[in-house]
Ligand binder design. Structure first.
Ligand code: FPP
Length: 249
């Protein structure tokens, strides 16, 4: 069954929040929370893939995360290398394509090399595309797209939404259908600002390391109940077209 028919979102985006609190509650350093967060991510990739989600985009490191304590930043960078070494082969076998979105210029060579290796090894996979936002910010994304369009010589009158979308980091993916944020905060935190114009949001108090297949199913069930109108009129199929109801937002 196609994703659209079964109301499984084609593209899920996740802000994986709550790792620090999860660790604090256990009297452990914050980086331990991130370590368990990697395990939750690996399980979520598997669960999404099993359910027919074709694109998963996760916020792993924001442009603002550089301001965290040095040991946490270096711990997160170290986790990238450990995670790639530990999980990449299995991901590649499972048909996972890995893409990295974000500003690579400030990232250390060894981290960039690990991401490049992950992208190259999985480039031909199509079961699920996992985009890891790393040193990413939604405003940065819009800005870099504008800069590339200008550098390409696109005239202002020729620049429209479709054309600019081609320069955005996720140009290869449809816009997210479902945006999940764990950790209890109710904000978007500069993630996928352009791409989330008509995305459905699901917020949960669950801390990211506790997120599992059941929590994913709850989010998908919540999504499946939503009435998506994309700013248009809802047409009542049982009557004439004029019986369409409220203009959606
Ligand atoms: C937010 O929780 C989480 C992050 C800033 C990092 C998320 C990263 C991972 C789950 C690991 C990803 C790693 C790879 C290799 C892709 P927080 O620290 O802000 O938690 P808090 O709100 O409880 O303090």
């Amino acid at each position: 069954m196609l994703a659209a028919e079964s109301r499984v979102p084609q593209h899920v985006a996740i802000v994986m929040d709550g790792n620090g609190r999860w660790a604090n509650r256990r009297m452990m350093p914050r980086v331990v929370g991130h370590k368990f967060g990697v395990d939750a991510l690996v399980n979520t990739i598997h669960a999404c893939s099993e359910r027919g989600v074709e694109y998963l985009t996760v916020f792993a490191f924001s442009s603002e995360n550089w301001n965290r304590p040095d040991d946490e930043v270096s711990g997160l960078m170290g986790l990238v290398m450990t995670a790639v070494a530990k999980y990449l082969a299995r991901m590649a076998e499972d048909g996972v394509r890995i893409r990295i979105i974000g500003d690579r210029s400030r990232v250390a060579d060894k981290v960039r090399d690990a991401w490049d290796h992950a992208e190259q090894l999985t480039a031909n996979n199509r079961k699920i595309t996992v985009s890891v936002a790393f040193n990413y910010g939604g405003r940065w994304d819009i800005l870099q797209a504008c800069r590339k369009a200008i550098a390409d010589g696109v005239a202002p009158q020729d620049l429209d939404e479709t054309r600019l979308s081609r320069y955005m980091s996720l140009s290869y993916a449809p816009d997210p259908d479902l945006f999940i944020r764990t950790g209890g905060e109710l904000r978007i935190s500069n993630f996928l600002l352009w791409q989330s114009a008509y995305t459905e949001f699901h917020f949960t108090d669950c801390l990211w390391p506790d997120f599992d297949a059941r929590a994913l199913d709850l989010a998908i069930e919540d999504y499946a109940r939503r009435d998506r109108r994309f700013g248009q009129v809802k047409v009542d199929l049982s009557g004439p077209v004029e019986s369409g109801t409220a203009v959606g937002r």
